[in-house]
Design a protein around this ligand. Structure first.
Ligand code: HEC
Ligand code: HEC
Length: 342
């Protein structure tokens, strides 16, 4: 611990380059960061556009880049929510005038990046440092201007023939739909002129004072119902039984259909079974149909899947599916018993 503390100033010195003179105590330790190293880290773009590299990109160039590098996750028009919440949508021409997104104020409707973000510099900076998600920092400055121009066009902030650049980005800022939507007048920032968290610096024997613990009282644990019913019923992490009544009686709820169907793929069942129809083995719907009225269907199917066998649907045999855990077997059998819904 002592060694770690002592090395902190060295790390700081490296990070800020020439700002601190080398400390006599650490002579010969490390070296100053080079200008190139500092430059590689120093990429933030601020609301007043300090740090914004020169460059430009058109909406149409952006559209092409978007299709190749962004649409797979964010959708062709930036409004998809299968990987992340939509980037574009829910802003109006009126919002662009007022600078305050009405849908956001009213609450209840879907939030998108453009309903929330108030500084266009944030978008430039974020895309530049973090996107595409699978290849961050791979876009040139001109590419960032271009995809951002495309997004701004989708959000109807700029027209389709717009060329966004460091020279006109301030104009764009003046049209951001939620530019007036940020406030610092709330607890996280300031309360009566002070931050809303207060503490006293401890400089000596601090360990003795610090007690860190984390616990929820029972009533809070169960505030939203039994956690065990809300978590998946297979895999390493299970929801804890938080409802005393559930602990006493209730069997675990059937897992969500999507969880089971994903499991069937992950455990190699779908190579031989179609959802509806036969591949090598019967379609799962067919299996569900066959055993609709059988009382011990869950136990029967769990056992058959685990041990494999042939003769029920034809001469082809199912090999034993030993890769499944007991709870996975139970989930699949319960899903089949409930009708094999996708
Ligand atoms: C492989 C999937 C993927 C690709 C490709 C991708 N993104 Fe993203 N994007 C994400 C995810 C996931 C997030 C949320 C990341 C997070 O919050 O940590 C995100 C977040 C964003 C955000 C911030 C939204 C917000 O409100 O915080 C923007 C803007 C964005 N992406 C733009 C782009 C652009 C432009 C491209 C193409 C150059 C792109 N993305 C390509 C997955 C992707
Ligand atoms: C190599 C191909 C193959 C794989 C992989 C396979 N099965 Fe089968 N499965 C079959 C065949 C063939 C049958 C028909 C057996 C019979 O007629 O008794 C069958 C039958 C079944 C039945 C109906 C049993 C009955 O007696 O009616 C269920 C349920 C089933 N499989 C589930 C699964 C699950 C779940 C998995 C993945 C963990 C899986 N199978 C993987 C080939 C396969």
């Amino acid at each position: 611990m002592r060694a770690l503390l002592l090395s902190m100033p060295v790390v700081l010195m490296l990070a800020v380059g020439l700002a601190f003179p080398a400390h006599a105590q650490f002579a010969g330790v490390g070296r100053d960061a080079t200008d190139a190293e500092v430059k590689a880290w120093d990429i933030d773009v601020r609301p007043d556009f300090k740090g914004l590299p020169p460059g430009s990109g058109s909406v149409s160039a952006g559209e092409q880049l978007w299709t190749g590098k962004c649409a797979s996750c964010h959708g062709d028009f930036g409004d998809d929510n299968h990987v992340f919440t939509p980037l574009v949508g829910n802003t109006t021409a009126e919002d662009i005038k007022t600078g305050r997104v009405a849908a956001l104020k009213a609450g209840g409707s879907a939030r998108t990046t453009f309903t929330k973000v108030n500084t266009v510099s944030t978008l430039w900076d974020y895309i530049h440092r973090a996107m595409p998600w699978d290849a961050p920092k791979s876009l040139s400055s001109d590419n960032v201007y271009a995809v951002l121009a495309y997004l701004l066009n989708l959000a109807e902030v700029v027209p389709a023939d717009y060329v966004l650049s460091d020279r006109n980005i301030a104009e764009v800022q003046a049209r951001m739909p939620n530019r007036n939507g940020m406030t610092r007048a709330h607890g996280l920032w300031e309360v009566n002129g002070k931050p809303d968290t207060q503490n006293q610096a401890c400089m000596k024997d601090c360990q003795a004072e610090v007690k860190i613990s984390s616990a929820l009282p029972d009533y809070a644990l169960n505030a939203h119902g039994n956690l065990a019913d809300q978590n998946r019923t297979f895999g390493a992490v299970r929801g804890r039984v938080t409802d005393p009544k559930a602990a006493a009686s209730k069997p675990a709820a059937a897992p969500a259909n999507a969880v089971v169907t994903a499991l069937l793929g992950a455990r190699g069942c779908t190579g031989c079974h179609g959802m509806e129809t036969k591949i090598i083995g019967p379609g799962f719907k067919e299996v569900a149909g066959k055993y609709q009225t059988r009382a011990d269907v869950k136990a029967y199917l769990a056992d058959k899947i685990a041990k494999g066998g042939s003769g029920v649907w034809g001469s082809a045999a199912m090999p034993p599916q030993a890769q499944l855990s007991k709870s996975e077997l139970e989930s699949i059998a319960a899903w089949l018993a409930a009708g094999a819904q996708p």
